[in-house]
Design a protein around this ligand. Structure first.
Ligand SMILES: [Zn+2]
Length: 300
């Protein structure tokens, strides 16, 4: 009797310790946040919900995504309404209260930094604008560091047993990231002051950081594909301003850009929107390396 109760207790304790040490299940809306989680919490089970070839504004709330969200401890997304068209549906159908709470299981990157281009007034005639500011934050190295800091605090809050590990991983990431940031900025100096036409405001933060001016948008309005009349107006822009490149991201339709490229004799540059958008971009560091190298190749 004594032995069996001891055995039971031991089994129970073992079970508890197993639970305490079970890795966190993280659901990352976009590849850049899956990559960031892996920097701070390499032991976590990270599920990446979308790829660089998908439009993060428009994802289908598939049953497989719902099933993943049901078993998730932490959801990490860009926020600022980027996922407004699909995340609420996943949260609703997953019936997992953890992932609806912004203080615990739901982490929006945009809530841990500031966004550019917030709008006071929005009406439907403006298209799919980002009223809470541009959510494509991951090409701002400074903002990514602030987001990483916030994410570390959240991971520690959810899994205090591994506090020291998360903190050490963040500290190491911060040093490496800040060094890379200096290297990138120096490399990208020739890009400062150049003008581009681009698709959407996908690279808003990259351009802001490197001093590149986006003088035209292939979208007539956010969320709308290029039209013939809009492309004709961009041709005028291209003739007036000295435009160095037409920038399109990995998931966007290239036809409008290619038309304009032929007419205006300006190269089209396809940049990875995020990790996996080209074969070089395997983590956040190589993503930045690739994007800067590709820009320099065309705009020098
Ligand atoms: Zn957008």
């Amino acid at each position: 009797m004594r032995i069996s109760s001891k055995l039971l207790l031991a089994t129970a304790l073992f079970g508890l310790s197993q639970m305490a040490h079970a890795a966190l299940n993280v659901f990352a809306c976009e590849p850049e946040y899956a990559a960031l989680v892996k920097e701070i919490a390499p032991e976590a089970n990270v599920y990446q919900a979308t790829t660089a070839m998908q439009d993060p504004h428009m994802i289908q709330a598939r049953p497989s995504l719902i099933a993943k969200m049901r078993r998730t401890d932490l959801v990490v997304c860009a926020g600022a309404d980027l996922e407004i068209g699909w995340l609420p549906m996943l949260q609703l159908k997953a019936a997992n209260p953890k992932v609806r709470d912004h203080q615990t299981g739901l982490f929006f990157a945009a809530e841990h930094t500031n966004t550019l281009d917030k709008l006071d007034k929005v009406d439907r005639s403006m298209g799919d604008v980002h009223a809470l500011g541009n959510p494509h934050l991951h090409f701002s190295p400074q903002r990514m560091l602030e987001i990483a800091d916030g994410l570390t605090v959240r991971l520690i809050q959810l899994d205090a047993d591994h506090r020291a590990q998360y903190q050490a991983n963040f500290d190491a990431f911060k040093i490496k990231w800040n060094q890379a940031k200096i290297k990138w900025k120096k490399l990208a100096l020739p890009l400062n002051g150049k003008s581009v036409i681009a698709y959407h405001s996908s690279f808003r933060y990259l351009f802001d950081w490197l001093g590149i001016k986006q003088v035209g948008d292939l979208e007539p309005k956010p969320g709308l594909p290029p039209t013939t009349s809009h492309l004709a107006s961009l041709l005028k822009v291209a003739e007036q301003d000295h435009v160095s490149a037409i920038v399109v991201s990995s998931y966007q339709d290239q036809r409008g850009g290619e038309w304009l490229s032929k007419k205006a004799n300006i190269p089209v540059l396809i940049l990875p929107m995020t990790i996996g958008g080209d074969k070089q971009s395997k983590d956040l560091f190589s993503l930045y390396d690739s994007v800067i190298a590709k820009l320099l190749k065309v705009m020098h």
